[in-house]
Write a protein that binds this ligand. Structure first.
Ligand SMILES: [Zn+2]
Ligand SMILES: [Zn+2]
Length: 166
């Protein structure tokens, strides 16, 4: 999606709304392809008192795997982003300012970058996910396994001390 920024920069009070979908089904993130459905992007670029800002919301479905039990999960995620656009930078470095080199501006690459920086690297199917048994690999959310429970060696010593006390 391209936006013509020239009329925005040249006219205080000017604004342009935009709304589009991006197909990210071929984009790999963290070893998987999480975007089975198009990502929705909606926002506005506007000139308020000579300051040009780009604000937009992103809504997406993230298909991934629980970090603990590896079960497949789908999450709806929403993010909001805001950038201040400038045509030239003064000497000082400012990460909040975005230098525009082409007034025929394509939003997609920026949106993709913003999304990828925001995606969670770890997702759990639930906060209380019991994970997998480290011995047999059974998903403990589906019930207990038959493995012997290993006793923490430090607890074993404590237990021995308690027994000796009696
Ligand atoms: Zn899980
Ligand atoms: Zn087990």
């Amino acid at each position: 999606m391209f936006i013509e920024l020239e009329p925005i920069f040249n006219n205080v009070g000017e604004q342009k709304k935009f709304n589009f979908n991006i197909d990210l089904s071929d984009e790999e993130f963290d070893g998987i392809f999480p975007f089975k459905t198009p990502v929705m992007v909606a926002g506005v670029v506007k000139n308020s008192s000579g300051i040009v800002t780009l604000e937009y919301d992103v809504n997406l479905r993230y298909n991934g795997f629980c970090d603990r039990c590896a079960e497949e999960i789908e999450r709806e995620l929403s993010y909001s982003f805001e950038h201040t656009l400038v045509l030239s930078l003064n000497n000082e470095e400012n990460d909040d300012l975005m230098l525009i080199e082409d007034l025929h501006f394509e939003v997609d690459p920026l949106a993709i970058e913003d999304i990828f920086l925001s995606l969670p690297t770890k997702i759990l199917c639930s906060e209380t996910c019991a994970g997998l048994c480290t011995a047999c690999g059974k998903n403990l959310n589906h019930g207990r396994c038959d493995c012997e429970k290993e006793i923490d060696p430090r607890l074993a010593i404590l237990q021995q001390l308690l027994e000796n006390d009696e």
